[in-house]
Design a protein around this ligand. Structure first.
Ligand code: PLP
Length: 379
């Protein structure tokens, strides 16, 4: 089945009523038909039919074996980091969502896990940092917020040669545009809050594994059951509803983002535009090879920090807010918001500074978005 069809139909199995919309099962527990017998559902933390339908749908979209729907993107990333043991070494992209860096450094770092940040777009550098105790490589591509592109197939080869596994945070492109598991990655994580939800109204996360029988997948099954990070059935239903329009949303957002990237480039107050769909952007060729679209995220720098800050206050249509991937366009100031707690050294390495703004392009008409940017950039 092709992507749009899968997004609309997912893993929906019709029940005896023929309901077209997946029913929401709000029951926290399930009656046993007899002693030692089960309907397949016993207790809501372990399994819920609405959540199951969503997990199967996401696994199908990402071409994985198994997925877990959890309460946030951070809950999904936490499930990955909890797999590591003291003494393990983990390589991560140096441009990364700030919350992932905080979780690694401030929480798991204290348990003796060694997290090292590296420019994963430089494959020779990435390979040179692998150690005998490297357990995994964790990348974002495109990265948040600098839009750096890492070659997923090459990174997976480096990981596998070292006996490690590759995790890709696929939040920015969604499976509609990029399927890391088909390129060699072993796990995919998502902030489902973003494009998969698409309406700025659910906090959600997903973890998908390529091989449901791997030792990591077995452990994840036990961890989810024991720790209970699961998504509620109401949120699972909202996510199923959102997924039906994933493709048409992100295709239109990508089209508008490309037009806006071209427009921003010509603006005298804009000094840099980062969008992987611009033919002269550094990751363009790799992006073209591994993704079928470039997404609705872009970042740009203006001539001064003062202009960046004052621009946020002049916006009329675009909201100054922290998040991305929804139908409403949002402008974020990463240095003070999403990446406020990022170590200074990493910011300096990636070029994330106080002149950078991150734009999540929504579904509004591009003329209206450009008009708003234009008036907000006027000095
Ligand atoms: N990964 C990326 C790329 C993100 O941008 C975010 C949040 O902005 C997260 C993970 C964390 O997701 P959540 O906010 O759903 O916990």
């Amino acid at each position: 089945m092709h992507d749009h069809t899968l997004e609309v139909h997912g893993a929906h199995a019709y029940d005896s009523t023929g309901a077209i919309s997946q029913p929401i099962y709000l029951s926290s527990t399930f009656r046993h038909p007899g002693f030692g017998k089960s309907t397949g559902y016993d207790y809501g933390r372990v399994g819920n039919p609405t959540r199951d339908a969503l997990e199967k749908t996401i696994a199908r979209l990402e071409k994985g074996d198994r997925s877990w729907a959890v309460s946030s993107g951070m809950a999904a990333i936490n499930l990955v980091l909890i797999l590591f043991d003291p003494g393990d070494h983990v390589l991560l992209s140096e441009d990364l969502y700030g919350g992932t860096v905080r979780l690694a450094n401030e929480i798991y770092g204290h348990y003796g896990i060694d997290f090292e940040y590296v420019d994963t777009t430089d494959l020779a550098l990435l390979e040179s940092r692998v150690r005998p105790n490297t357990r995994a490589i964790f990348i974002e591509t495109p990265s948040n917020p600098m839009m750096f592109i890492t070659d997923i197939a090459a990174a997976s080869e480096i990981a596998h040669k070292a006996g490690a596994f590759l995790v890709v945070d696929n939040t920015f492109l969604s499976p509609h545009f990029q399927k890391p598991l088909t390129l060699g990655a072993d796990m995919v994580v998502h902030s489902g809050t973003k494009y998969l939800c698409g309406h700025n109204d659910v906090i959600a996360g997903f973890l998908v594994v390529k091989d449901g029988s791997s030792k990591e997948a077995q452990r994840l099954e036990m961890l989810v059951k024991s720790e209970g990070p699961n998504m509620s059935s109401m949120d699972a239903w909202l996510m199923l509803r959102s997924l039906k329009t994933l493709g048409i949303r992100v295709e239109r957002q990508a089209q508008t983002a490309l037009s806006i990237a071209h427009w921003l480039r010509e603006h005298p107050q804009v000094t840099e535009v980062h969008y992987p769909g611009l033919p002269d952007s550094p990751g363009y060729e790799v992006q073209k090879k591994q993704a079928s679209g470039n997404g609705g995220m872009l970042s740009f720098k203006v001539t001064s920090a003062e202009l960046a800050k004052s621009m946020l206050e002049r916006l009329k249509l675009i909201a100054f807010a922290e998040s991305l991937g929804g139908v409403e366009s949002l402008l974020t100031y990463p240095i003070a918001q999403t990446h406020a707690e990022m170590p200074k050294e990493l910011l300096a390495r990636t070029g994330l500074d106080d002149k950078l703004l991150r734009f999540s392009v929504g579904l509004e008409d591009k003329e209206d978005l450009i008009e708003d940017l234009k008036q907000a950039l006027e000095v």
